[in-house]
Design a protein around this ligand. Structure first.
Ligand code: ADP
Ligand code: MG
Length: 378
């Protein structure tokens, strides 16, 4: 789960990391008041789950009160188009004190699977996307492993930035605080880009991005309450309500599969046929017909979907249950796109019979090779 910048900054503050003074504003009527609280110069920042807001006009410095008023009114309610997250409507803005920037740095802590630990990444090139820095000047990336439950001191890494002892010490302390936050809150990523050194010699987090491990949300009530469903894909939110493992993708072939491994293999098959998947969907082993019906409905309500590929291995989920679920979903939804079905395993014949009597033009295929041929022909 992702949270907003203003929420990340609240956590930073709780852990003793400097952030500029700011207020959140969700309503035009409050804008004037909020600017008065912060004063000018201030920075108006769109609160959407996306990076690179600055490049898309979602972060603006305002030097005077009228400028701040005009900018805040423009950003609140605007549709932000960013390379990272597509179109997002801005429902909240952060009005923040402008900081006198001396230097912009990059700092993040990531869940480092390859090294089985949390690692920090630091760079003197703040403000830029880290992927870009890695490409154009990889020598400017400093990283270090933090071994779980062991004393650690990232000062050796921080020194490589070549800053004064005082600033080096402050950054080192921030990394230690971030590590505590990371572990306490079950994060998978915390990124401060930029972490700035101010003209006054302070080190301040100007941006904040936090991803939390979804599987830990049950024990993270404070973070769970920060969830903003309006920022999430509506089909994914709906799928979660029915306990379906669904992720929207940008292709056109919807797939309905049981088991995560088979779901991934199915996406490979779709690619092999020269097409791309519109989603990942694992309906799970024990899905009943009602759950299948919901899953099918979700697939069909995605306007990008041009065909459906159902690939089921009937083990715990019997093929006839699956077919009944689809039949149920078809009672409420008109389907006029091709549906390819591959059923294997328990009650496969019965499943095929139910599908055939539904009156719809299913293409029931025999095996995966035949499925590929059908997909190619779409
Ligand atoms: P994003 O990464 O989404 O573009 P940031 O919060 O990093 O948004 O802001 C973009 C840039 O705007 C920063 O790199 C920094 O130069 C400037 N900026 C952001 N907040 C402030 C602030 N409070 N004071 C001064 N400059 C700021
Ligand atoms: Mg940023």
């Amino acid at each position: 789960m992702k949270i907003h910048e203003y929420q990340a900054k609240k956590l930073f503050k709780d852990y003793g990391i400097n952030v500029p003074k700011s207020v959140l504003c969700t309503n035009r009527a409050e804008i004037e008041n909020c600017i008065n609280v912060i004063g000018v110069p201030c920075v108006i920042k769109a609160q959407v789950h996306s990076g690179a807001r600055g490049k898309s006009g979602g972060v603006k410095l305002a030097k005077t009160f009228p400028e701040a008023l005009e900018t805040a009114n423009r950003i609140l309610g605007m549709t932000l188009v960013s390379s990272q997250a597509g179109e997002k409507i801005v429902n909240k803005i952060l009005i923040e004190q402008a900081v006198n920037i001396e230097k912009e740095l990059y700092l993040s802590l990531v869940f480092d699977r390859a090294n089985e630990c949390i690692s920090y990444i630091l760079s003197s090139e703040g403000g830029m996307e880290i992927e870009e820095i890695a490409k154009v000047s990889p020598e400017k990336i400093i990283s270090g492993k933090i071994e779980f439950n062991k004393e650690f001191n990232p000062v050796v890494g921080v020194k490589k930035l070549g800053l004064s002892d005082e600033i080096t010490e402050k950054i080192t302390a921030i990394i230690k605080k971030l590590y505590k936050l990371f572990v306490d809150k079950d994060l998978t990523l915390v990124e401060i880009n930029p972490l700035v050194v101010t003209k006054e010699g302070e080190v301040v987090a100007l941006d904040g991005k936090i991803n939390v491990d979804d599987n830990a949300l049950f024990r993270q009530s404070e973070i769970s309450e920060m969830r903003d469903k309006t920022e999430e894909n509506p089909l994914e939110v709906k799928a979660q309500e029915f306990n379906l493992n669904y992720i929207k993708l940008d292709g056109t072939i919807a797939c309905m599969v049981n088991g995560a491994g088979l779901a991934m293999a199915t996406m490979d098959i779709i690619k092999q046929a020269g097409k791309s998947a519109a989603n990942f969907l694992d309906v799970g082993g024990g899905a009943g017909s009602e759950k299948i019906a919901k899953a099918f409905e979700i697939l069909l309500s995605d306007k990008d979907v041009k065909a459906v590929f159902i690939n089921i291995f009937g083990g715990i989920l019997r093929c006839d249950f699956l077919a009944e679920g689809i039949e149920q979903a078809l009672k409420q939804n008109k389907v006029d796109i091709p549906v390819i079905v591959r059923l294997e395993g328990t009650n496969k014949e019965l499943g095929a019979e139910i599908l055939n009597r539904s009156g719809l033009k299913f293409k029931v295929v025999n095996g995966l090779s035949e499925a590929i041929e059908e997909l190619k022909g779409l």
